[in-house]
Design a protein around this ligand. Structure first.
Ligand code: NAP
Length: 330
């Protein structure tokens, strides 16, 4: 299968190349795409070097599928051109996520909504993906009424420039800034821009995308999203109120059986999920599983995942795998 990776020189794009190789996605020809300034540069895939081409050149090469991680503007402009040429686009930006004509997919949760008609498929926001994988089996069993989430998000979620800012600050070097404030030795309670209601765009993404992926607008969600000087992945403190009561041992067992989730929960031995351990892993890790003693039918969880993997590249590749296995490509 011919596969284009649009944004192949970026943080998410380079992880996509790794994930495609590791999962042995049947790539017969890789078509790396980046901005004009990178055309002609080389990227490596499975020990072979491939020259970066422009989006127009990539369309002419007619890949079956194109994995996009090149920002919202590029997606808005280029994804429809790929789709018109019959190429299935799986897009990592926020450009198409809330478009009612586009599917927003986390394979473990709602891959069944996909059909061969879907030519632009949206990959959700990283912090939403890791949360819904855990919410899904609990919603099925106990029916979720309300979710209160606070995030602790890695600088890798902002891209190459943010990682450079953190490292430069750590090493006392002046350089370009991805954030309005210092990030090293700091915590920034703002991810993306503020909306009129006082929430940031990232917070509103978590709220709206959760409802769309779970296919249930009755689930109430409120979020506070925070950037921290960490590299390996995003962490989330999640409080969930259910319609029905639960048994903690049963919750643990449900999560242990959920595809893509690993329970890491042994507080007596200081064992719980941490971004350092989630780094470069495809799974979502959950721990600190405990009852909220302040109100009935409510639980607290701690969820960690590598935002560049399950939060972006891995989820996109899993969508491609599903489409290929179900014969929905082309
Ligand atoms: N980082 C995350 O955790 C995460 C998670 C989910 C989704 N996303 C989304 O994924 C996208 C990329 O994020 P990132 O962190 O990988 O950013 P990044 O490191 O800044 O990389 C951006 C990539 O897009 C390419 N690009 C820029 N303009 C282009 C154009 N006009 N045509 C073709 N390619 C172009 C860049 O190519 P050059 O090298 O030539 O500039 C580079 O390969 C964003 O939409 C982001 O919202 C990121």
């Amino acid at each position: 299968m011919k596969v284009a990776v649009v944004g192949a020189t970026g943080l998410v794009g380079s992880v996509m190349l790794k994930v495609l190789a590791e999962r042995n996605f049947p790539v017969t020809e890789l078509i790396p795409v980046a901005s004009e300034k990178s055309v002609g540069k080389e990227v490596e895939f499975k020990g072979k070097k491939y020259k970066v081409v422009s989006a127009d050149q990539a369309i002419a090469l007619k890949p079956e599928v194109a994995l996009f991680s090149a920002g919202g503007g590029t997606s808005l402009e280029q994804a429809p051109k790929f789709a018109e040429a019959g190429i299935t686009v799986i897009d990592n930006s926020s450009a198409w996520r809330m478009d009612p004509t586009k599917k927003l997919v986390v394979p473990e949760v709602n891959a069944n909504v996909l059909t061969s008609e879907d030519k632009i498929i949206a990959n959700p926001n990283c912090s939403t993906i890791q949360m819904v994988v855990v919410l899904k089996p609990l919603h099925e069993k106990y029916k979720i009424k309300r979710v209160v989430v606070s995030t602790y998000q890695s600088v890798t979620g902002t891209g190459v420039k943010a990682v450079e800012q953190l490292m430069n600050e750590r090493n006392g070097i002046e350089g370009p800034k991805a954030y309005a404030h210092e990030i090293d030795l700091n915590v920034i309670p703002q991810i993306d821009v503020f909306q009129d209601n006082g929430y940031t765009k990232e917070e509103m993404k978590m709220i709206k995308e959760t409802n769309k992926i779970m296919g249930d607008d009755s689930i109430k969600v409120t979020a506070t999203t925070v950037r921290i000087p960490v590299m390996g992945g995003h962490s989330e403190a999640v409080n969930i109120e259910f319609e029905n009561d639960f048994d903690l041992a049963e919750v643990r067992s449900i999560l242990e059986q959920q595809e893509g989730v690993v329970v890491v929960d042994d507080p007596a031995n200081a064992v719980y999920p941490m971004p350092k351990d989630a780094h470069e892993k495809d799974e979502v890790f959950v721990g600190r599983i405990r009852r909220d003693e302040s109100q009935p039918k409510t639980i607290n969880l701690w969820i960690v995942a590598d935002n560049l993997r399950k939060g972006a590249a891995t989820n996109a590749v899993q969508i491609a795998e599903y489409l290929q296995k179900q014969g929905l490509l082309g």
